[in-house]
Design a protein around this ligand. Structure first.
Ligand SMILES: [Fe+2]
Length: 516
């Protein structure tokens, strides 16, 4: 390798960024990392692990580990203060936090093309176990992360515990909810989007990289990532407010030029991938990113993770928080998931051996009617704007009877528990599934008064709290699903512990939420 990178080495020396020294190799060897050629043992004048570490998408035998080298994370060129050269980054996985029992190790290449992010897919681990991991670049060691593999395929674990998270606007205050979450005992965190909020005018790859890096500098977000594996999907704000497939918001300059918006989308997708623990199939190809995927927790739970942005029909109206229902919401040619993903979801739910079919997705599925009178007023960015898609989903549940469907939702910066009915206008109709909408980690709910006023119009809404930030802790056993709505007094007060605002359960075999 040395012979193939002579230019890189000299460019590093010229920049004075890295001091090339063999001594660091000896230091690294003391930590149990194998010695690498001296040229690849640079000494970093500053810590390159400013963005922390993360793990994601656990399987019974492995997990993907993430970090990114960025000694100057907010550098305006988006390169994190790194030179334009490749560097080896080693990783270790151990059964103990002191790395006395290292069970897997390897080396990845951190490349400038991916902003020196590292995605190490580790296999060969035991199911249902805690592991500790860390990275090394040159003479620098990363913080230690902890992760947990999924239970054995085909087994029925006693329980799975996870947190539902979404909507963490930097300007909303950082990050009491993550500080509290990191204290929990969880198998994983399911994040359903608005992990970042685009800055005004963000369009270039550097724009999106700097924005992601800014969020990742939060010690509380880093603590949650270091504590648990995350399973993530994006919503709109990782790219742009209310984007729909190839269509931008009308008030964005790029909306007038479809090719320009697709380039913006490609830039946002790439930065998203670079900053999250995603596996190789989720690496974007230009403006395309395959994000919908499935994770099994034995036969207890199957997580069907959706992407309801990339393939959707455009919104019919932008009225906020709601507007008179557009007649075309029932147009069967309109779609929220795209035909292919919809078939994938229905096939996967129908054939899943799991007791609980968890649909992790973005916007509220239940009807939320804002009109207290005869009319119907809805938000057309949510499933209400795609009622034909919702009817197809609920008809599928009605006819195929997949085992215990539970829908998880973010987006609306408010906590809800909703019964999903075959006909929302007739409260006597059957409840087919249950929806838990988590409140935001930090994003404010400026429309709290409107959703409170709308509640009496929507008898299928069992619980509503738009006033507090937090996360939803879900404890799932073969006989019962329990959702604890954990809230913090303010998004910024990291000293305050989380408390449970309300707890709701679903009994196995019986859709619909009951107070715990
Ligand atoms: Fe949001």
């Amino acid at each position: 390798m040395r012979a193939s990178h002579p230019v890189h080495q000299s460019s590093v020396s010229r920049r004075g960024f890295l001091a090339l020294t063999g001594a660091a190799g000896a230091a690294a060897a003391m930590y149990g990392f194998s010695a690498a050629p001296a040229w690849s043992q640079p000494r970093f004048p500053e810590n390159p692990f400013t963005l922390g570490v993360a793990s994601g998408d656990p399987t019974p035998d492995g997990v993907v580990l993430w970090t990114r080298l960025a000694p100057n994370p907010l550098a305006s060129d988006g390169m994190g203060g790194m030179p334009g050269m490749q560097l080896p980054v080693s990783w270790q996985v151990a059964t103990d936090p002191r790395f006395k029992d290292v069970v897997r190790a390897g080396t990845e290449t951190a490349a400038p093309e991916l902003a020196h992010s590292v995605h190490a897919e580790v296999g060969g681990l035991l199911p249902g176990r805690d592991y500790f991991y860390r990275f090394r670049a040159g003479d620098q060691l990363s913080p230690v992360g902890r992760t947990r593999t999924a239970p054995p395929a085909g087994s029925t674990p006693d329980q799975v515990r996870f947190a539902l998270a979404s909507c963490q606007a930097w300007t909303g205050g950082r990050y009491a909810a993550y500080r509290a979450m990191a204290e929990e005992d969880l198998d994983l965190v399911v994040h359903v989007g608005d992990y970042t909020y685009e800055g005004r005018g963000d369009e270039t790859l550097a724009d999106f990289r700097v924005n992601h890096a800014r969020y990742k500098t939060s010690p509380d977000l880093q603590a949650a990532h270091a504590a648990f594996a995350f399973v993530v999907t994006f919503d709109d704000h990782e790219i742009e407010n209310n984007w729909a497939a190839g269509v931008s918001q009308p008030d964005n300059e790029a909306s007038n030029e479809p090719a320009r918006f697709l380039q913006l989308r490609a830039n946002a997708f790439q930065a998203y991938y670079e900053h999250l623990p995603l596996r190789r199939p989720q690496r974007p190809d230009g403006p395309d990113l395959l994000l919908h995927r499935r994770l099994d927790y034995g036969t207890l739970a199957c997580f069907h993770v959706l992407d309801t942005r990339q393939y959707r029909s455009d919104q019919l109206t932008e009225a906020f928080p709601g507007g008179p229902q557009h007649p075309d919401v029932y147009d069967a040619s309109r779609t929220l998931m795209g035909d292919e993903q919809e078939r994938w979801l229905f096939d996967g739910m129908a054939s899943s051996p799991a007791r609980w079919n968890v649909v992790a997705q973005q916007t509220i599925m239940a009807r939320v009617d804002y009109d207290a009178g005869e009319g119907i007023s809805v938000n057309h960015d949510q499933w209400d704007g795609y009622a034909a898609s919702r009817n197809r989903f609920l008809s599928f549940v009605d006819q195929q009877r997949p085992s215990n469907p539970v829908v998880l939702t973010g987006d609306w910066h408010s906590a809800w528990v909703n019964d999903l009915r075959s006909d929302f206008s007739r409260p006597e109709t059957e409840v087919l599934a249950t929806e838990f909408v988590g409140t935001s980690i930090s994003s404010g709910c400026g429309w709290a008064a409107a959703v409170k006023a709308a509640r009496p119009n929507n008898p299928h809404v069992k619980y509503l709290n738009p006033d507090l930030r937090g996360y939803t802790r879900c404890v799932v056993t073969p006989g019962e699903w329990r959702s604890d709505y954990r809230v913090v007094p303010s998004a910024t007060d990291t000293a305050a512990p989380a408390v449970t605002d309300a707890s709701w359960v679903v009994e196995e075999g019986r859709a619909g939420a009951l107070p715990a």
